[in-house]
Design a protein around this ligand. Structure first.
Ligand code: SER
Length: 317
């Protein structure tokens, strides 16, 4: 059983990845960490401890104390927050990753890095975006994600460190809210549809982006970390996708279940510019070939399941 560290454990992905890893490897095998202010009030149980990834001594202490062998480094600022706080984005997204890699190198731990569709930019081919293509992101978020991919590759080549990454699309989920991403409109839309039947979207109705339901994202992360190292030609980082749609298309899908649902648009120029610079749809054939990636959820099944969970949550609160 590997001993696993998850950073950013109280965030949207960590809140579900930690229980999934614990179900698989045992409760005590997974050390969940996040900033002190975020672990207070978290639904996660122990081992749960405070860790600021910009402090290398704190990382070293946790890795040594728990004899960590695998690190899922999820701590980071999402795209819209990063644009509002570029210095913090650099410190956390780049500085945190660099320190994680340094400690992993010392201790021989493997590292999962969540790259993003944000690692692409306006000059990237937007349709069926290839695995290997032009990457000139023009957001601080995208710059940290692309630099993160390169840094992970560097540690793999120079030090033989087992680093692996995914270019995650927008993640749709109902357990923990996302925090300041451009793709978060999709999650917001479900909550507003159930609560009041109306949603004002901050992106244009025709903005097409890749998306994925959380169960697929969790399977993808664990499958990549399980994969045979020899087969991973594009280890940092793989394009993956499950569906790609526009706000208008998602609203139409929701309307199949809530016929009176109404959407209107108040475009936020900052987030619209971010969305416009990202692909419409990724080609994920390298992930399919090298480690058997296959999504299980599409827009129809995801929408049905999301609405059921959001309704249940609302009924229970
Ligand atoms: N969901 C992320 C964001 O919008 C994309 O990686 O920031």
């Amino acid at each position: 059983m590997p001993s696993i560290l998850v950073t950013g454990a109280c965030g949207q992905i960590g809140s579900e990845l930690v229980p999934a890893l614990r179900a698989r490897y045992g409760h005590d095998a997974v050390v969940a960490t996040d900033l002190e202010g975020r672990i207070e009030g978290s639904h996660l149980e122990g081992p749960l401890r405070a860790l600021d990834c910009t402090h290398i001594r704190e990382i070293e202490h946790v890795v040594r104390h728990h004899a960590i062998e695998v690190i899922y480094h999820l701590a980071g600022l999402l795209s819209a927050v990063a644009e509002a706080r570029p210095r913090a984005a650099w410190d956390v997204n780049m500085g945190g990753l660099y320190r994680i890699l340094e400690v992993a190198r010392e201790h021989g731990a493997s590292v999962f890095f969540p790259s993003s569709i944000g690692a692409f930019g306006p000059s990237t081919p937007h349709d069926a975006t290839p695995q290997v293509t032009i990457q000139r992101p023009n957001t601080i978020y995208g710059i940290t994600k692309l630099s993160g991919e390169l840094l992970c590759d560097y540690y793999a080549q120079q030090y033989g460190l087992d680093t692996r990454g995914l270019r995650l699309p927008g993640i749709i989920s109902h357990v923990a809210p996302p925090g300041g991403g451009t793709t978060d409109y999709a999650v917001d839309m479900f909550h507003h549809a159930v609560e009041g039947g109306r949603y004002t979207c901050f992106l244009r109705g025709d903005s097409c982006l890749d998306m994925m339901y959380m169960p697929d994202a969790l399977r993808a992360m664990m499958a990549l970390m399980d994969a045979d190292r020899e087969r991973l030609e594009h280890r940092n980082a793989y394009n993956i996708t499950a569906m790609s749609f526009t706000p208008q298309r998602l609203a139409d899908e929701i309307r199949k279940h809530i016929s009176e649902f109404h959407i209107d648009y108040e475009v936020d120029p900052v987030r619209q510019a971010i969305a416009d610079s990202w692909p419409n749809s990724l080609d994920d054939s390298a992930a399919r070939q090298e480690w058997g990636w296959r999504p299980q959820w599409d827009i129809e099944t995801m929408t049905r399941d999301m609405l059921e969970h959001v309704r249940n949550k609302r009924a229970g609160s």
